[in-house]
Write a protein that binds this ligand. Structure first.
Ligand code: BMA
Length: 370
């Protein structure tokens, strides 16, 4: 009898922790997607994946060179995590708002998956009400696309295109490539049409839920984990004000750039936000991540002198450095990770050698999708 009970409890334990039982937002998430969620949780105890937006597409002084990456140029290895951006897919452009062709993006994503890195997709989606870009502000844009709204049908066609792209991402065995989808980001700011001053918390959460439900239930997209990602915040209440609910979110994160902030202020804010984020993640059984960052790269030791200190002993899944756009048409220089010859190159190498900073080779053998 006792033996039977022991047996049963072992079986029960196994059932609890098997990936097939992972609590993904999407109950029908693919095996690889469920495995990813379980493995991300385990990996929290090992280190932080280093990510870079548009890494394989271009760097500060180059564009579309096979296998090139500013991170690889500097460290000899690729990022453990890659970010790509879908804005303009919904209006049938061949390239996204930062000129990355979607067919190339697809090959970068499939390559990253094959190499064992993880992938996140953001979506600076155009304003469905004004027909202009994501920064085109109009009160009522969110309301207009909710069920019953005048732009609802149009927005569904945009989600259809997003779904088609997601379903077309394939691994070597024909399996769908798991992706962390991070829509409607920086939602507590007001610079995007879905931002704080342009819709109520209820409208925002409705938008979130209907997007997720439509993708998984109507379009059969089962390779998404969903990331809720704010901008910087100053209280837990602010962070959670527009949180759609535990059953609609897999990951929690925030975007934060140092810009002109003095080091002390940056460190203080990061410490507060990462602590709060970890608390939220723990309470709600979610995976925490720094979903975008950028630092003061005029300081030669920024990586070990500031960023590593900001990360402290926090257990977060990944940090995503934004894009190395280089010199833009506006005359502005934009980059967030070093390139060969940059003044922080040496310090970045030191940073990347830290055992808990994970590049591609460090995550590869963790087999995050198995
Ligand atoms: C911003 C800038 C823009 C870019 C946008 C979307 O932070 O990098 O140049 O168009 O992100 O990627």
């Amino acid at each position: 009898m006792k033996k039977n009970i022991a047996c049963l409890s072992v079986i029960a334990c196994l059932l609890i922790i098997t990936p097939s039982n992972a609590q993904t937002t999407d109950q029908l998430a693919t095996k690889e997607t469920r495995n990813l969620l379980v493995n991300l949780k385990i990996l929290l105890n090992k280190g932080i994946m280093f990510g870079h937006q548009d890494d394989l597409a271009y760097g500060v002084s180059w564009k579309y060179k096979k296998d090139r990456s500013d991170i690889k140029d500097v460290t000899g290895d690729y990022p453990g995590m890659f970010g790509y951006e879908l804005g303009n897919l919904e209006i049938d452009r061949l390239a996204n708002l930062d000129s990355v062709p979607f067919d190339k993006m697809k090959t970068y994503i499939e390559w990253a998956y094959k190499k064992g890195s993880i992938i996140s997709l953001s979506w600076h989606v155009n304003n469905p009400l004004t027909g202009k870009n994501a920064w085109s502000l109009a009160d009522g844009a969110v309301a207009s696309i909710l069920p019953g709204g005048p732009k609802h049908a149009l927005f569904l066609t945009w989600l259809d295109k997003l779904a088609a792209f997601a379903l077309d991402l394939k691994g070597p065995k024909g399996e769908a490539v798991p992706v962390i989808f991070r829509p409607y980001h920086e939602l507590n700011g007001s610079w995007f049409w879905w931002g704080k001053n342009h819709c109520t918390p209820e409208q925002f959460t409705q938008l979130w839920k209907f997007t997720v439900a439509y993708l998984k239930d109507k379009k059969n997209v089962h390779n998404f984990l969903y990331a809720y990602s704010t901008d910087g915040f100053s209280s837990k209440e602010e962070y959670l004000e527009r949180f759609p609910g535990d059953e609609w979110v897999d990951m929690v994160g925030f975007d934060f750039y140092q810009r002109e902030k003095p080091k002390d202020e940056y460190l203080r804010k990061m410490e507060y936000m990462l602590t709060t984020l970890e608390q939220v993640a723990k309470e709600r059984n979610k995976i925490p991540a720094l979903t975008e960052f950028g630092g003061k790269l005029s300081e030669a030791d920024w990586w070990t002198g500031t960023f590593l200190k900001a990360l402290g002993n926090h257990k977060i899944s990944y940090v995503l450095g934004w894009r190395n756009a280089g010199l833009k048409e506006t005359g502005e220089m934009e980059y967030y990770v070093p390139y060969k010859g940059h003044s922080t190159e040496k310090d970045f190498k030191k940073f990347a050698k830290e055992s808990r900073i994970l590049l591609q080779k460090d995550v590869q053998y963790k087999m995050l999708y198995e």
